[in-house]
Design a protein around this ligand. Structure first.
Ligand code: NAI
Ligand code: MG
Length: 492
């Protein structure tokens, strides 16, 4: 059922926190400003949320600095930091259904997907809680009669700017390593999805994090976000979002020479060889593009299919796409909720239009679904796509897959790598040599063999080329949240 909604959206009710969270206190914006946040299933306003000003950013930075320099946080045993994080993870577990529902309401992801995200959030906080007292330095065999050792110390006040597609999970990925390493946080959630981040702060407060360790600001990128990027008291910016925003941040952060880490978008090649398990590959390619309505940085949006199976493959993919249940994200049976905003809806439909004009074949979908109030898009497939069409080069961030045909593996990998992105890639084949050849040669930070979207908090995640800088998750993330200090002692 793609043209009509499976069930109408439920009425929007919200009684949670909407203020700024600074120094463990809830406060209005310094100028009283607010902005509205919506339920993307019906465009209704859920709540008005405080819009942080430059002055509020400054207050948050001061609170964070004080937590590091004068508060208990800077002096706390590493194991006790871990204990607080374990407590937070337990509270998240207790409140996971409530959080999942709020996440779905505000961001549009299905309740099933939100529950899955919550599992990832809890795992992430627990994983990094375990790291807190295991971040060790080294003793170094220097020349001469000296003892040299290294200390790994927090970077300081870290500014974290997150997007709307996985609001809680992105917060967890950024809080986890930052807290384990003993930093203090000033975070800005995405303007589309401010609500669960605020609830997260309430739970952090309940867990017992001292004042100033975690500060949450909401607001627009160009105002609140920019005030963070340019603030001299913020030592590092960790950002997830669009490549163009990362370019702006790089320029704006130059005057204060901030450390930056970026997790950006992709146009990931998902490659299907004729020797694959067809059933498994069709299901995998479907999940690769349509999971969360295509609003994933890792979405398998360039689907390379070996020519001899292309027709059958596309036809089987389309059969599934036509049956996808698009509708109210809080309905248990819904498989795809609304896109997050009018802006994203317009962007996606704009690309569908370009694809048709540039001569690709629209196999199915391509239209807005529903009653015209929610931001629903039909699962869409383009066949006969050429490498230079905009639907093959640009990140669409919606349920739109571009099918590209290939005959020769060497030619395919050259085309797969012919992009400014390099976040993820996948291959479907029963031939182990082919699988490892692809894994070695494709330029991407994550490669999946006969699976897709398997992301675990224990493994490094990030991009080659313009898909990012640095790595999140795993031990690798700790490097970006510590400074290494060398101490040398003269021995007599
Ligand atoms: P965006 O990059 O503008 O927003 C992401 C975050 O950055 C938000 O919190 C936003 O307020 C903030 N921001 C925006 N401009 C800023 C600035 N000048 N300084 C500091 N912070 C700033 O992404 P947007 O506009 O929400 O989505 C546009 C496209 O970006 C999507 O269609 C998709 O292609 C891509 N995107 C990629 C994501 C990923 O996971 N890699 C996540 C979200 C969007
Ligand atoms: Mg933007």
């Amino acid at each position: 059922m793609t043209a009509t909604l499976a069930t109408p959206p439920t009425a929007t009710k919200f009684a949670g926190k909407t203020k700024l969270f600074i120094n463990n206190e809830w406060c209005d914006a310094s100028d009283g400003g607010t902005f509205e946040t919506y339920n993307p299933a019906n465009g209704e306003v859920i709540a008005k949320v405080a819009h942080a000003t430059k002055q509020d950013v400054d207050s948050a930075v001061k609170a964070a600095r004080k937590a590091l320099d004068k508060g208990p946080w800077g002096r706390m045993d590493a194991a006790d930091r871990g204990k607080l994080m374990f407590k937070l993870a337990d509270l998240l577990e207790t409140h996971s259904e409530e959080l999942a529902r709020l996440e779905s309401l505000n961001c549009g992801k299905t309740i099933t997907d939100s529950r899955g995200d919550l599992g990832g959030v809890i795992n992430c906080i627990r994983y990094y809680a375990g790291w807190a007292d295991k971040i060790e330095g080294k003793t170094v065999p220097v020349r001469g009669n000296f003892l040299s050792y290294t200390l790994r110390q927090p970077v300081g006040v870290v500014g974290q700017i997150i997007p709307w597609n996985f609001p809680l999970l992105m917060a967890a990925w950024k809080w986890g390593p930052a807290l384990a390493c003993g930093n203090a946080i000033v975070m800005k959630a995405a303007e589309q999805t401010p609500l669960t981040a605020l609830r997260l702060c309430e739970l952090a407060q309940e867990a017992g994090f001292p004042a100033g360790v975690i500060n949450m600001l909401n607001g627009m990128g160009e105002t609140t976000g920019d005030a963070m990027v340019t603030h001299p008291g913020i030592d590092k910016i960790a950002f997830t979002g669009h490549v163009d925003t990362a370019k702006i941040i790089t320029k704006r952060a130059a005057d204060t020479l901030k450390r930056t880490t970026f997790e950006l978008g992709g146009k990931s090649p998902n490659v299907v060889f004729a020797d694959c398990d067809m059933e498994q590959a069709v299901a995998g390619a479907f999940h690769a593009i349509y999971f969360h309505g295509g609003q994933c940085c890792t979405a398998g949006s360039r689907l390379f299919v070996e020519e001899k199976i292309r027709e059958e493959f596309v036809s089987r993919l389309a059969d599934r796409a036509r049956q996808r249940r698009v509708g109210n994200q809080l309905d248990e049976k819904t498989e795809q909720g609304p896109q997050v905003s009018q802006e994203q809806l317009d962007k996606i439909l704009g690309y569908v239009d370009q694809g048709q004009k540039q001569g690709a074949k629209l196999v199915c979908g391509g239209k807005r679904a529903g009653d015209g109030k929610g931001y629903f898009v039909e699962p869409t497939i383009f066949d006969n796509v050429k490498d230079n069409m905009s639907i093959a080069t640009d990140e669409i961030f919606g349920p739109v897959v571009s099918v590209l045909s290939f005959k020769d593996a060497e030619d395919m990998i050259e085309r797969a790598n012919n992009t400014t992105y390099g976040l993820a890639a996948a291959i479907w084949t029963k031939n182990i040599d082919k699988a490892h050849w692809y894994a070695k040669n494709v330029k991407a930070g994550t490669v999946w063999v006969n699976c897709y979207h398997i992301v675990d908090t224990t493994t490094p995640f990030g991009g080659f080329k313009m898909s990012g800088q640095g790595r999140e998750n795993g031990e690798a993330a700790l490097d970006h949240y510590t400074e290494t200090k060398t101490v040398t002692v003269a021995l007599s």
